[in-house]
Design a protein around this ligand. Structure first.
Ligand code: DQA
Length: 143
């Protein structure tokens, strides 16, 4: 399978950003770790990170016809971006929503995900394992 993993605003700062919440691993540590798991199963992952809503939407549009699944951690866009929600619904590719932290046990505004209903699964609070759970969910769709 060809899977696109998208990380949204501020996730480029993983490793130094609020390590008590998000841990000490960088985004590139997580990329290497997940790539190893995917490649050993014959799957290919492309990675994209942006701090800009429109760029993420453009990247989602480019997946049409090219990707079998999407894993997305939209960062704070999760909680208010109806444009992102519409983009996920528009490309119509199975999409898993991932959050490193447990969005249900933090500030009240984080409890709302406007993209949840257009994703096939939401994983929250499992750290980097959330990306692997998402990958396995997408792989299971093709089996
Ligand atoms: C996050 C949770 C969001 O509320 C936050 O804005 C992030 C990261 C997570 O991975 O836990 O940037 O998506």
């Amino acid at each position: 399978m060809n899977i696109l993993v998208i990380n949204g605003p501020n996730l480029n700062l993983l490793g130094t950003r609020e390590p008590d919440v998000y841990g000490h691993e960088t985004l590139s540590d997580i990329e290497k770790w997940l790539n190893d798991q995917a490649e050993s199963d014959g799957h290919h992952i492309e990675w994209y990170q942006s701090n800009h809503e429109g760029n993420i939407i453009d990247r989602l549009h480019e997946t049409m016809g090219n990707m079998d699944g999407i894993i997305i951690n939209p960062g704070a866009l999760t909680h208010y971006s109806f444009a992102l929600r519409d983009a996920i619904a528009s490309v119509n590719i199975p999409t898993v929503e991932v959050h490193l932290s447990d969005i249900y046990n933090r500030e009240v505004f984080r409890k709302v995900s406007v993209i949840k209903d257009v994703c096939i699964k939401q994983i929250s609070g499992k750290g980097k394992s959330g990306y692997l759970i998402g990958l396995n969910k997408l792989i299971s769709l093709s089996e």
